[in-house]
Write a protein that binds this ligand. Structure first.
Ligand SMILES: [Mn+2]
Length: 219
């Protein structure tokens, strides 16, 4: 009998990145990733109705992902179990990572999509802008100026960690700028709404776009 090599529990159960990506005709993806710190599963449909079913064990993150799905017209299911007894960090960062992998897979080779998107969203006194480019070149310009360390039990600096993991694994350029704001819940929620609306633009098929929207021929 052939010996089968057992995957170690710390090895992520995800496919390695490839340079030439196939089209994702379904615009759906399902990614599961297990490490010694977290277990995360994401089901994503880019052409959804804004329906979210999110349980990460981190209530504020659940709230943000619910908002993100709603305003991004995504169907999104997220299940995460992490070592919250240590810190929220592993779980929040790994959800960002797996969500990004799901986007990357669901976008496929990005043929025929708009690629760029931008949005400005207010929430009471807060106003945040998001500009995205599914460029294949990961970059995050993070300019939220949140003075408070926490929203409830959620560490506000984890927003940066979440978005960095997300932008890196999608392979997207993301510029997030706080125009103004005082309340940290408002600032973060406005950021997630702006991100959702910008991504909704960028993921849209555009009949004028022939093939992959790049002079290089690949993204
Ligand atoms: Mn809220």
């Amino acid at each position: 009998m052939a010996r089968t090599k057992k995957r170690s529990s710390s090895a992520p159960a995800v496919r390695a990145a490839t340079t030439a990506r196939p089209p994702a005709a379904s615009r759906r993806a399902r990614i599961a990733r297990t490490t010694k710190e977290t277990e995360v599963t994401v089901d994503l449909h880019l052409d959804g109705s804004g329906r979210a079913d999110v349980d990460t064990g981190v209530p504020f993150l659940n709230h943000m992902l619910d908002t993100f799905a709603r305003h991004g017209f995504l169907d999104l299911t997220v299940r995460a179990r992490g070592d919250l007894d240590v810190d929220l960090h592993h779980t929040v960062e790994d959800v960002g990572l797996v969500l990004g992998q799901a986007f990357r897979d669901a976008l496929g080779d990005k043929a025929g999509i708009r690629r760029f998107g931008d949005a400005a969203c207010p929430l009471d006194e807060a106003l945040v802008t998001a500009v995205v480019d599914f460029s294949g070149r990961p970059y995050l310009a993070y300019n939220l100026r949140i003075k408070q360390a926490r929203v409830g039990s959620f560490d506000t600096e984890l927003v940066h960690d979440f978005l960095l993991a997300f932008a890196n694994t999608v392979g997207m350029n993301l510029h997030l700028n706080q125009v103004q704001g005082r309340n940290p819940h408002h600032i973060i929620e406005a950021a997630f709404k702006a991100l959702a609306r910008a991504i909704d633009q960028a993921k849209q098929p555009d009949p004028r776009v022939q093939g992959v929207p790049s002079t290089k021929g690949a993204l």
